[in-house]
Design a protein around this ligand. Structure first.
Ligand code: PRP
Length: 179
């Protein structure tokens, strides 16, 4: 375990097992659609989860990336800056947004509006972690890996100052590392 991690919440084996279940549920839900969904992963935290999840979706999916920053000052949603937009058109596509964690819900709220405005047929959410106690905007992810308490989680894509993303597990960062 990394010296700055206080405890492990989810091991690599648990994350893989849960991703396997989520992939099966997604496969089942989208199997009869005209076209498989386009997975849209939000940089950067979602990358390890995307990489694990796609191994377990038994459909001819494609994926693309967006990079956005939300402005924490607003509670209205819709207020984001796009740092990197999609390379793919979403017109008439079923979109599955891939996140590492849903916190206040601001990021997803804004991205969902954006994708719908661009003509997406449907937008659903798969997230590795959900932290509902922090929610500011109503947001209910369609597929959730694990619900987590309000602790500082790192690993499997999640960072503090861009560090710890490469840890193969999800852990809680020691307080002295961010205070
Ligand atoms: C994190 C996370 C979500 C967002 C969730 O991204 O990956 O995108 O915050 O927060 P919200 O629900 O309050 O909007 P971050 O901006 O830290 O970027 P990163 O993915 O590059 O770490």
């Amino acid at each position: 375990m990394h010296k700055n991690v206080k405890k492990i919440l989810f091991t690599e084996a648990e994350i893989i097992a849960r991703s396997t279940e989520l992939g099966a549920a997604i496969t089942n839900d989208y199997r009869d659609r005209e076209r498989p969904p386009l997975l849209v992963a939000l940089l950067r935290g979602s990358v390890p989860f995307l990489a694990e999840l796609i191994k377990h979706i038994d459909l001819d999916i494609q994926y693309d990336f967006m990079d956005v920053t939300s402005y924490a000052g607003t509670e209205s949603g819709g207020d984001i800056k796009i740092l990197k937009d999609l390379d793919t058109s979403v017109q008439d596509l079923d979109i599955l947004l891939v996140e590492d964690i849903v916190d206040t819900g601001r990021t997803l709220d804004a991205v969902i509006s954006l994708l719908k405005n661009k003509g997406a047929r449907s937008v659903k959410i798969v997230t590795l972690l959900d932290k509902p106690s922090r929610r500011v905007l109503e947001m209910k992810p369609d597929y959730v890996g694990f619900e987590v308490p309000n602790e500082f989680v790192v690993g499997f894509g999640m960072d503090y100052n861009q560090l710890y993303r490469g840890l193969p597990y999800i852990g809680v960062l020691k307080e002295e590392c961010y205070q």
